[in-house]
Design a protein around this ligand. Structure first.
Ligand code: ZN
Length: 246
């Protein structure tokens, strides 16, 4: 094997500033002595995502955090990177099946490739990404099958060795409610303060709009977990624990 020496004590997290990648970062901190993070600025419509990622990385005392500006190379009709209108839904039951219009082709493929490049520079072979196929919304690059293929492609492409990288996907088979419980276990008494820094809403609304695909799934997860989402304090329409199902 050529390139930087790989060790087992360091990990790199792809940190978007959302609930899932933040949970991954918390788990990585539990498992690895040294945790680094990379966030990609791909000219997403809402800068609040980047601000959340920076705040989370600081709060978790990560060893390093790079915000990598990759410009507008990810082109798509997705409202996350264009001015296409964002779908709103009255409730989680009204979410359509199939591929969501928010899907950005190639995003996780590109992110993992760039993260692997940074991992080599940092002497890391363990990469965390917060993908989940339970609520995958037709995002093909959120499935374990894709992660398995990328693990082999990156290992072969970077080192000529299929198992050179380990891509950790601790949320892959969890429901959103189970992810909430996992974050609570990993963060302990910092759960509220750190989750309140995260941002998930596709509309860029602090505290969440409550109507977009991302908000509806996050809200459902917390309600099913029986836990008030710390970001609800920023949402005027939800007061205290009223957002919880009886
Ligand atoms: Zn929203």
């Amino acid at each position: 094997m050529t390139g930087s020496k790989l060790t087992d004590s360091k990990a790199l997290v792809i940190l978007s500033g959302g609930q899932d990648s933040t949970t991954c970062a918390a788990l990585a901190v539990q498992q690895f002595a040294e945790v680094h993070a990379v966030t990609f600025d791909y000219q997403q419509r809402h800068q609040i995502e980047l601000e959340s990622a920076i705040a989370v990385a600081q709060a978790l005392h990560l060893k390093s955090h790079e915000v990598s500006a990759i410009g507008s190379i990810l082109k798509s009709t997705s409202p996350l990177v264009s001015h296409s209108p964002l779908e709103e839904y009255a409730s989680v039951d009204q979410l359509p099946g199939g591929v969501e219009p928010t899907f950005i082709p190639g995003r996780n493929l590109l992110f993992l490739t760039l993260a692997a490049n940074r991992a080599v520079c940092l002497g890391i072979q363990d990469i965390f990404i917060g993908v989940c196929e339970t609520d995958f919304a037709g995002y093909w690059d959120c499935r374990q099958r894709f992660i398995n293929a990328m693990t082999i492609a990156l290992g072969e492409g970077f080192y000529g060795q299929a198992d050179a990288f380990r891509i950790h996907t601790p949320l892959m088979s969890l429901t959103k409610a189970a992810s909430v419980h996992l974050a609570q276990t990993a963060l302990g008494d910092r759960f509220e303060s750190i989750l309140s820094l995260t941002h998930t809403c596709y509309a860029g609304v602090k505290g969440g709009c409550g109507k977009c695909h991302a908000c509806l799934l996050r809200d459902r997860g917390f309600r099913e977990a029986g836990i008030a989402d710390p970001i609800w304090k920023f949402r005027p329409s939800i007061v205290g624990h009223e957002g919880l199902a009886e």
